[in-house]
Design a protein around this ligand. Structure first.
Ligand SMILES: [Fe+2]
Length: 151
């Protein structure tokens, strides 16, 4: 099998690793908000956050497995990762409106990470790029739904 000259699995895996962290951080921080949200919209916000968490967890799993497919270890233990890659939730009870606002900010930062990764992969690894585009479609739809609650 002949690979294109741009094929560089170590580089491709290195580009993908920060997205594993971003998706793990998104899931962990949204769980914190899921537990501590309070207010008249508690139940729909509490349940909606779990839907986004499912998307973030599935995304981290998919990206991590792609990294291993490329021959490198995936790094997914929080203690092994760098400082938080997205705005972090407070360790306190949070109003439903503030919860949605924080969720919007977290999603925007995560999407920005994924967008820059997608651009970096465009010319060297269309398979990984396609995977990131699929994840972006889910998270950008989540962002729209969160944003729609705030207007
Ligand atoms: Fe729960």
């Amino acid at each position: 099998m002949t690979f294109p000259t741009s094929y560089n699995p170590a580089k491709q895996a290195e580009i993908l690793q920060p997205c594993v962290q971003a998706c793990i951080d998104l899931a962990l921080n949204l769980k914190q908000l899921h537990w501590n949200v309070q207010g008249p919209n508690f139940k729909p916000v509490h349940e909606f956050l779990d839907e986004i968490i499912d998307h973030a967890r599935a995304a981290s799993d998919e990206i991590a497995e792609r990294i291993v497919t490329l021959g490198k270890p995936a790094i997914g233990q929080r203690a092994s990762l760098d400082d938080p890659s997205i705005p972090t939730a407070q360790d306190q009870l949070v109003s439903d409106h503030s919860t949605l606002k924080q969720t919007e900010d977290m999603l925007e930062t995560t999407i920005a990470h994924l967008r820059s990764t997608q651009k970096a992969l465009a010319d060297i690894d269309p398979v990984s790029e396609d995977m990131i585009i699929g994840i972006l479609a889910n998270l950008e739809k989540d962002h729209w739904m969160v944003r729609s609650h705030l207007t």
